[in-house]
Design a protein around this ligand. Sequence first.
Ligand code: SF4
Length: 278
Amino acid sequence: MDDGRGELVAIAGEAVTLLTRELARGRRRIELSAAPLPPALAAPALAAPAASTPVDAATPLALPGFEPPAPPRAAAAAPLPAPVRLAPRSDLPGTLAEVKALVDTCRLCPLCETRTRTVFSDGTDKARLMFVGEAPGRDEDLQGVPFVGRAGQLLTKMIEAIQMKRGNVYIANVLKCRPPENRTPIPTEVEKCIPYLEQQIALVRPDLIVALGLSAAQGLLGTKASMGALRGRTFEYKGVPLVATYHPAALLRNPGLKKDAWVDLQRVRDMLREGAPA
Ligand code: SF4
């Protein structure tokens, strides 16, 4: 016991000596290196404090051996399981073009009354990676293309941050028509519309689905779990691996979430690299 206390006292003494020396040199903290977020996800840098700024006793100081916890890392990506391919529904057309034509004239729920245009998909039908959002917003409703507003521009940057191109993924929503005022879809709308998405998944046959936002994840997985409980795990939707992350619109509202989204995206990238089922 005495030896242990003596060692602690010695370490504390060394720490105080080092701290005193660094403060005398005018340093407020000893910087540690950290991998930066990609530019698309990085927050504006804070201005460095002036050298003459007085040291606040409450300011945390990093000392060797007392480093703060490492930044969160992407969870190790397990190889993708070979997907159990979803068979196309026999009650819907067997090509994406035909499904889109059906959606264009769909009147199965009241959203057909308020939409400007239906919003079916963007990207390639040969994609390995499929993003699924909640529903069209104002810009999407006007243009008939998913994820084209500010959130869409951020999604494009997120895709490029993992060295992919927007044109090489497939993007769709759970709902094909815009809910008024961008309200959250109600369960009966999801129930009516989700067969179209099922058919898109069955025909595109992606290796991995990324659900963007809690509403999309809950709608696809039939759960009420929080995003905190869903992130970092791999689920399955109709035999296709599925992971959940924040909707780009949530990242625009709360940039502090970008760090977690970047962790999720790195995991997606690694799953695609390591899985690669034929
Ligand atoms: S939201 Fe879906 S189910 Fe409702 S009208 Fe549009 S396409 Fe049809």
